[in-house]
Each structure stands twice: as C-alpha cells, then as structure tokens.
Write a protein that binds this ligand. Structure first.
Ligand code: IMP
Ligand code: MG
Length: 183
C-alpha cells in the first residue's frame, strides 16, 4: 500500500536492506584492510535526515566504531536548496587524528557535503570519507567525491527513510516520490 501523498515508490524496503548491507560491507572492507589497531573510526551522521540510515548502516559495519551527530540546515521547509548551509548543532567529540566517515541521507547540489568536508578537514582528522544513501548526480552544483554511494536517483523530490518534506514523512520505511501538487 502506498501512503497518502506518495505517487511512486522509488526504493522499496527490501532494496533498502540490500543496499545498506552492501554499503556496510564496503565500509567494513575499506577500513578493515588497514591496520586494525590503527583504525579509529568515528561515524558522523548529519541530522536530521540521516538518522534512520545511520542506525541501519552502523549495524552493518563489522568494526569497532563510535558515533556522533551534527545538524545542518540548508532547505528550511521548502524543496529548493538555499545554498546557504548553516551549522545548527556541532559535534561533541574531537575528530583530530581520527578516521572520520560522514553519513548523509542524500547528496543533491553537494553544498552540504562540501561545507562539512571543508569544516572537518580544518580539524585535522587522520582520514575523511563520505557515505550517502541517495545521490542525485543531475543536480550537482558543487563537485564532491562520494566514497560510498547507495542509490543514484533522478532529479525528483523524494521522502521517507529519514528524508522529509516540511519535517513529515521521515518515518516511511521506503523512498517515495512526493505528489507534485503538495510541493
Ligand atoms: P545539498 O546540500 O543540496 O546536497 O542537499 C542536501 C540536503 O538537502 C539533504 O541532506 C536533504 O536534507 C535535502 N534534500 C535534497 N534533496 C532532497 C529530497 O529529494 N528530499 C528531501 N530532502 C532533500
Ligand atoms: Mg539532510
């Protein structure tokens, strides 16, 4: 059954599970290949959108790790990026000399990732990689290298699995396309 306001399901629950397992395995292989005693993995989730994906992803990473969160805002309640990314809540932990993996729900223009990467690089992590569940390659304005990428999607406004429209729909267990009439 499709929920109210959703015109199409883009990524089903089953597909989400498969993608998250694949990403977890990629991340585990990448950091696991390094000297384990040396790896000090800190997984940083960007709030609020990444909270569902983050919870699933860390359970598929079979390595010791710690987590922290950061809140940024660029969208307000609309669907077009303002281009101005603000830090609403900063990290609680130091990233210095740590292996940092930033986790995002979706990369759209690339502005959010680019801003966070610049900011965290200044704090001298040992390594910095980025992981996103969804990617909209057609909407990119700022070039960012995505190290671990879940699913490429077309340039449509989607909700669910943590992603919102005006703070709603985050609890849908799938990724759906929102009815244009609601936007
Ligand atoms: P960027 O800075 O343009 O890459 O945008 C990233 C942020 O925009 C994401 O973290 C989301 O919060 C939001 N965003 C971009 N596209 C969508 C979408 O289709 N649905 C919901 N949120 C989106
Ligand atoms: Mg977000």
């Amino acid at each position: 059954m499709v929920d109210r306001g959703i015109v199409r399901i883009l990524v089903t629950e089953e597909e989400i599970k498969r993608v998250v397992k694949r990403l977890g395995a990629e991340v585990t292989a990448f950091y696991g290949q390094r000297d384990k005693r040396d790896t000090d993995l800190l997984v940083i989730g960007l709030l609020r959108g990444s909270f569902v994906f983050m919870a699933d992803l860390v359970r598929e990473i079979k390595l010791p790790l710690t987590v922290d969160f950061m809140a940024l805002s660029s969208y307000g309640d609309g669907t077009t990026s303002s281009g101005d990314v603000k830090v609403v809540m900063d990290l609680d932990t130091s990233v210095e000399k740590r292996d940092v993996l930033i986790v995002e729900d979706i990369v759209d223009t690339g502005r959010t990732f680019s801003k966070v990467i610049r900011m965290l690089k200044n704090r001298n992590p040992r390594s910095l990689r980025v992981c996103t569940f969804l990617n909209k390659p057609e909407s990119r304005v700022v070039d960012v290298k995505v190290d671990f990428c879940g699913v490429d999607i077309p340039n449509e406004f989607v909700v669910g699995y943590g992603l919102d429209y005006a703070q709603e729909y985050r609890n849908l267990p799938y990724i759906g396309v929102l009815d244009q009439a609601l936007l």
